[in-house]
Design a protein around this ligand. Structure first.
Ligand code: ME8
Length: 652
């Protein structure tokens, strides 16, 4: 980031108060928190905003179901979000609620300004409305004339008087914006779909509702009590009302924002409506709208109704908050979807955090204690290790821009390369041999090299794992702040003489048995989930879960011949199968069917295989597919062709 930009404004979406937080919400908030902490450390005047979105029919309906007033209900859920972020030590500067008075005043002022400019007019609307997505759709967009194209739920026809925003007037300006600012939408790959959407033509946007009253009223001057503001108009404005737009404007100096972080589900609102509103308000535009992917569970979108939600608090309590933060930021490239698995989390803890980071600190403690009574001086480090220091500085310098380009997983990868320099140097130079041969000065320089590398990496990791880095800093006798960032990172300086303090292991190893338990639990859901889903679909309506034929064809189904089968020791449910699906090599598939089939009985039989499933590791073994089965109270049956088919035959 250039030095001229001294103010940084970072936002999360404001979360709907119709549901409690899950790891998806935690993900966005943790990325934003990392960016905010890093910006502060690097010396930028930073404002980090999060909050809750509390108006609209969806919230009013959720409250009604619970026999609560919308405000009562919003207070309760908003409080839960805030408590969670406080538990997670999220460093927000402001938590906005759209029911806050200053917000409502700001939204009304914005409406008035857009109206005075001629960008808002009154008309009539008739359209297909999805309450869940709070969005209108044209007939052509609907699935089978009724279903919402975003969530699949049935839409209803809403006919009402409405105020409209002249979105159609902004088509060309928006296209010019995307063209002239190729990094406005991040990752850049996502811009294409937005550009195509705008090119297809924008309709004016209905921005008020008369069918319910749980929303911000229009400004008094409109003299129109029937209407409340469309929830997305109300919600998007939070990014400026939180800075005091229309009320106490002193924090508007943080505008335009650096980055609005959003999930890909709400990119369209942020990359089309929001810049158009801002243009209408004659306000400058933010640098980036950065859209991340979805966290799924066993390949499916997480939602309460599916019962597959991962509670972030439970995970952070079980594995440690910083390990959870590291995992979320490291595991999935920004913009891509990721499947949440405890096994992957444990692997990261044992390998990246325990072996690479934690163990390096142990080695510093061990070597400095054994050879130098914990006292380390860096006076000769440049004499003996300029090359390693240069390599480390180069990697760090190149890693930094990745942060604001939202390539945070790559940023972490680069920092781990710096740790490798340190771990490798110990093996290459063998300080124990140096000590034996009386080359104490060189051994000290080597220990100092490790301390210097660890200190620099710690500074760069502070925003990712603040609690653990505080412990490392204490052990190294350094401080992590803007002064040390400048001295050790920007000016590439050397750590002052220091005394190392012994501390407990930072990331104790998670034992294999625990990992195995988590794997089996996960494996069991492979069998259990489809059954539960099937039952649910029977009891609710299938209309809730309509998919298109194209979505169906995304799943590749083939006939497989089971060539070998054996039991997985210590697992109640798993069998390990080698399955011929017509490829050069057989696939190894772990199937949770041990209670229903013996290994021998399966050899030579056929089954229907999902063959384009992302490979997963179960109990340390690769599983490259899934067998289809049906289960009821009488047991489980694999789905097989009626007569034998050539292995690899497509099922459609
Ligand atoms: O959309 N994976 O609120 P919301 C990753 N109020 N991120 C996820 C996720 C998942 N499975 N599920 C949710 C709204 N998120 C509006 C926003 S802003 C002016 C108004 C995250 O409660 C992700 O950031 O439905 C997504 O954009 C946001 O939660 C949606 O939260």
């Amino acid at each position: 980031m250039s030095d001229s930009c001294k103010k940084v404004y970072i936002t999360t979406p404001i979360y709907y108060v119709n549901d409690v937080a899950h790891i998806g919400h935690a993900y966005t908030t943790i990325i934003a928190d990392m960016l905010a902490r890093y910006s502060r450390l690097a010396g930028y005047d930073t404002f980090f905003l999060t909050g809750t979105d509390e108006h609209g029919q969806k919230i009013a309906d959720s409250a009604a179901v619970r026999n609560k007033s919308p405000k009562e209900y919003a207070d309760e859920i908003s409080g839960k979000f805030k408590n969670l972020w406080d538990d997670f030590d999220i460093s927000y500067d402001k938590f906005i609620r759209t029911t806050d008075e200053y917000h409502k005043i700001g939204v009304q002022k914005a409406f008035q300004k857009m109206f005075d400019k001629g960008d808002i007019y009154k008309g009539n609307y008739e359209g297909n409305y999805c309450v869940s997505c709070e969005t209108f759709f044209t007939d052509a967009q609907l699935i089978d004339n009724e279903g919402c194209p975003d969530c699949g739920r049935p839409t209803t026809i809403v006919k009402e008087e409405s105020y409209f925003f002249r979105l159609s007037n902004y088509e060309d300006k928006l296209l010019a914006l995307y063209e002239n600012n190729p990094e406005f939408i991040l990752p850049k790959a996502k811009a294409k779909e937005i550009v195509n959407f705008v090119k297809a033509g924008l309709h004016d946007l209905s921005i008020s509702r008369t069918s319910f009253d749980w929303g911000v009223k229009l400004p008094d001057s409109m003299n129109d009590d029937k209407h409340v503001m469309y929830v997305w108009m109300d919600a998007l404005m939070n990014y400026i009302t939180a800075l005091g737009y229309g009320t106490d404007e002193k924090n508007m100096e943080f505008w335009p924002g650096k980055v609005h972080l959003v999930g890909k589900d709400i990119l369209r609102f942020h990359a089309i409506f929001w810049p158009a509103f801002l243009m209408s308000l004659e306000l400058p535009l933010p640098d980036h709208i950065a859209a991340h992917g979805w966290w799924t569970r066993d390949g499916e979108k997480m939602s309460k109704s599916k019962g597959n939600v991962v509670d972030p608090k439970e995970i952070a309590d079980a594995y440690g908050l910083d390990a959870f933060r590291y995992f979320m930021l490291r595991e999935v490239p920004f913009g891509q979807d990721g499947d949440f698995s405890q096994r992957a989390l444990m692997d990261r803890i044992n390998s990246d955090l325990g072996n690479d980071l934690g163990n390096l600190l142990n080695r510093i403690q061990g070597m400095s204690g054994k050879y130098f009574d914990f006292k380390v001086t860096s006076k000769d480090v440049e004499k003996y290790h300029q090359k390693e220091l240069d390599e480390a500085h180069e990697l760090i310098k190149n890693a930094e821009p990745l942060i604001y380009n939202m390539q945070i997983n790559r940023y972490l990868e680069e920092l781990w390369k710096v740790l490798t320099i340190a771990n490798k140097a110990i093996g290459d130079y063998e300080p124990w041999a140096m000590m034996k041969n009386g080359r104490e000065e060189e051994a000290m320089a080597l220990v100092a090299l490790i301390v210097n590398i660890m200190s620099k990496v710690s500074i760069m990791l502070d925003s990712v794992m603040p609690e653990k880095i505080a412990q490392i800093a204490k052990s190294l006798g350094i401080t992590v702040d803007n002064a040390s960032y400048k001295a050790l990172i920007i000016e590439k300086g050397i750590v002052a003489d220091t005394v190392i303090t012994k501390i407990d292991a930072l990331f104790p190893r998670i034992e294999e048995e625990l990992i195995a338990t988590a794997e089996v639990q996960k494996a069991e859901t492979v069998v259990e989930k489809p059954r539960k889903e099937a039952q649910k679909k029977e009891s609710t309506s299938e209309e809730d879960n309509i998919i298109t034929i194209d979505q169906f064809f995304e799943t590749s189904l083939k006939i497989g011949t089971i060539v070998e089968a054996e039991e997985v020791p210590k697992s109640k449910k798993l069998l390990k199968l080698q399955v011929d699906v017509g490829e050069e090599n057989n696939r190894q598939i772990l199937a949770g069917i041990k209670e229903f089939y013996s290994a021998e009985s399966l050899v030579g039989t056929q089954a229907c295989v999902v063959s384009n499933l992302k490979p997963a590791k179960l109990m340390g073994m690769l599983s490259e597919g899934m067998l289809l089965a049906a289960k009821d109270e009488n047991g489980l049956s694999l789905l097989r062709p009626e007569t034998s088919k050539v292995a690899g035959t497509k099922v459609s």
